[in-house]
Write a protein that binds this ligand. Sequence first.
Ligand SMILES: [Zn+2]
Length: 399
Amino acid sequence: MAFLYPFCLGKNHITSIYQQVENVCPYLLHFHILYGYLRDPLDKHKLIVDEDVRNVIRDVFTMYLENASMSEIARTLDRRGVLPPSQLKRSRKGQELNPNAVWGSQAVRSILTQELLTGHMVQGKTISYSHKLKKRIPLPREKWSIVRNTHKAIIDEETFNHVQSLLQKETRPKADVKTKTAPSLIAGFVVCADCGKQMLRTKTTKNGKAHYYFRCRTNKQLGSNACASHLIPEDIILDVLLASINSLVDALVDVEAALHRNASDEVRVMKKRLCLQLEKAVSERERIANTKAKVYHMYINKLDETLTKDAYDNLRENIEKMNAENEQKIGMLKKELDRVENVDEYKSEWMQDFGRYRGITELTREIIADLVERIVIGKDKTIHIEFKFRDELKQYLHS
Ligand SMILES: [Zn+2]
């Protein structure tokens, strides 16, 4: 229908064109412009380099490669009087600036990890578990859709990749300054079942080996009258967490497989029914043709004297009508069968993607942050993992 639009450019049609374009290249229209690029004023679907910040971005990469930490880079930018991205946006819109705004490590990190800077458009880094579970999970890189060379690069690919590999080596957040220990994977997730406060991580050293525990904050601050210690080794929480995540993933994959099996059964039944109907319609076609021939034979040979010309014409017309209806039915059934056969090929993409999370042997902060809401520790050291999407999950399991 697209060819019709130039001839009838009503307001609604223009909207339709817009929607069509949007369907073809949504990232171009809805793209959230990131630091380093601007929309081309001549073609708003294109990105152009923001020359005002090109050198800032290059400096950030250079400083990082020269071993500066994120916060050092942030401080350097502040010292040089470079406006943080949010403030730059405000100043360009003529809005009042926040005099206290400074560069943060997160802003630096997001520049260092922004693949867009290499000139490629990256889409689909996450996927939703299914349409029923709204939460999105990160996808492995090979599943991303990357449209190469959509715009001018600010950072060459080699430099970018090198920085990514350096960043990966420090995926664990910086060590806790006070205790000089690596922070816990589950920091911020562990909660006391009785007072509801976040639990604190404590370290003890036995025979030169460090052991980590979680302890109720209220207990530590106000004593055991206020709340019990709930003391529990970190290792145990991590073991339970890993096992729970694995069984959750297994359960979800099984549910999806079962749903898919049901769907296949339905498809099989439908297909069988359609085949029978088609068979019937095809034999009906034969029967109609035979009747037509028989009636013609009777009329031509004057075998029945009541079969006058008018009666014959009438009869023939009815037979033609019946035939046309039957042919239409055959066409529809064939189309329907075609469609059902394609449905049979359908394999749940979601299941395949989610299946990748099956059998993980190591937890990462990313996986935990993605799946876990809270880890609740009881007085009797029970560990209760609350997953982020338990309501949706319940709904899903009972649908
Ligand atoms: Zn407590």
